[in-house]
Design a protein around this ligand. Structure first.
Ligand code: HAM
Length: 420
């Protein structure tokens, strides 16, 4: 049997990379003072319909939705923001004394997409959400955190793309202009875009099918419709980024694939040669109406998410090796029937003392056991023969230098702890 399309098994050798990256991201969250939140992997379908937006591809085409035995419509989460906001409202975190509420998450997300490199049906997102502040400085903070996630791991070929989607007034004016612009060519657009024209014309700008239609290039840009507040907000975000020395390019066509955004929208792309067709590493933005949409008090919010799959692809594309230690502290070799039980007890004591240790379980010859120790990158091999057992000692071989000395069994643990 094979795993479902668009999923992957992470095997030893690869899981170490994931652990390394996840630890880095958790450390980074701590530096920026974001605390972890864990929400369920499935939610009521309505959450995403209302949160992510009924006209988005995610909700229309990509959700894993099923009816459970209690006849409820349930969906495997396609993203994290809606769940975090649902939880924020449900647990009244808006009443917490520490505002804004700054949260991060790492976990699997599910989208029924056409799988290709960097596009999975189950993928892992790391994301942050800052709820309760409409200070442009926190927009810059979230972007800075997103950039640091890559830079800390050594990535250099990064491009930060920025846009503003404005507030409701700006968006409504832009919406009208888009309807005027696309209506004359409505019949030439794909059937999805014909629906979008009525329901959510902004989505047309994100259409993959109509991307090359000539009306796309001349479509009115949101930036021309920003009112004073929105323009000033955007200017301040840019000023903070400048002050933080975070370079960016403005892309007036960046609209993002989820409906909840307003004001700041951004994506980080990889510029690395050989990265592949999908170059977006992460995306995010501000969503000031979402908390209210999900039943909470009017609360501004901003966040972003990246997938670890694409982050690891970017590391590969830039030939970055993560400094992962795959060595083992000790390998215990016992030869002679009498010694086996003693070896098991030594091994147990080592492990209880916090030493990484292993032994043979396949009755291998001594030479083969040394080879096994080599393969496991053991730093020390502890050899217990009948003679050693009689004298209450054990031979400790340093595999790097080849040096060997006999150590009394009573001092073994403190000796090993001293040298590792
Ligand atoms: P999104 O742009 O849909 O935004 O996804 C964010 C990131 O998740 C993408 O840039 C990409 O790295 C990764 N991603 C998405 N789909 C896949 C896939 N099928 N396979 C692998 N990686 C994928 C959101 O999800 C928003 N919740 C981000 C956000 C948080 N906005 C505000 N707060």
């Amino acid at each position: 049997m094979k795993g479902p399309r668009g999923t992957q098994d992470l095997l030893p050798g690869v899981t170490e990379k994931w652990q390394y990256v996840e630890e880095k991201l958790k450390g980074l969250s701590k530096n920026y003072n974001y605390q972890e939140i864990r929400t369920p992997i499935f939610e009521h379908t309505e959450l995403f319909q209302r949160g992510v937006g009924d006209t988005t591809d995610i909700v229309q085409k990509e959700m894993y939705t099923f009816t459970d035995k209690g006849d409820r419509s349930i969906t495997l989460r396609p993203e994290g923001t809606a769940s975090v906001v649902r939880s924020f409202v449900q647990h009244k975190l808006f009443g917490s004394p520490n505002q804004p509420v700054k949260l991060f998450y790492i976990g699997p997300m599910f989208r029924y997409e056409r799988p290709q490199q960097g596009r999975m049906r189950q993928f892992v997102q790391y994301g942050v959400e800052a709820l309760g502040s409409e200070d442009p400085a926190i927009d810059a903070e979230v972007i800075a955190l997103a950039m640091s996630a890559y830079r800390e791991l050594g990535l250099k070929s990064l491009k930060l793309v920025l846009n503003s989607l404005g507030d409701n007034e700006s968006r409504n004016n832009h919406r009208k202009a888009l309807i005027d612009h696309f209506s004359p060519v409505k019949d030439e657009l794909c059937s999805d875009c014909q629906t979008r024209l009525e329901k959510n014309p902004l989505r047309i700008l994100d259409c993959k099918k109509d991307r090359d239609h000539e009306a796309m290039a001349t479509a009115p840009s949101i930036l021309e419709f920003l009112n004073d507040y929105s323009r000033d907000y955007f200017d301040q975000v840019k000023a903070y980024l400048d002050a933080m020395e975070i370079p960016y390019v403005i892309d007036k066509n960046l609209v993002r694939g989820l409906d909840y955004y307003n004001h700041t929208a951004f994506e980080i792309m990889s510029d690395a040669a050989g990265f592949g067709a999908i170059t977006t590493l992460s995306g995010g933005g501000r969503y000031n109406g979402l908390v209210q949409e999900l039943g909470g008090p009017e609360t501004p919010g901003i966040g972003f998410a990246l997938s670890i799959e694409r982050l690891l692809m970017a590391l590969d594309a830039e030939n970055i090796e993560l400094p992962i230690d795959q060595s083992l502290d000790c390998y215990v070799i016992a030869f002679g029937d009498e010694t086996k039980v003693k070896a098991a007890s030594i091994l147990q004591k080592l492990r209880e003392a916090g030493v990484q240790a292993d032994k043979d379980y396949q009755d291998k010859k001594m030479k083969a056991q040394f080879r096994a120790a080599d393969r496991l990158k053991a730093r020390f091999v502890l050899v217990l023969g009948e003679e050693e057992l009689e004298n209450n000692i054990i031979a400790v071989k340093n595999m790097e230098t080849g040096d060997q000395e006999n150590i009394g069994l009573n001092e073994l643990i403190s000796y090993i702890k001293g040298i590792i």
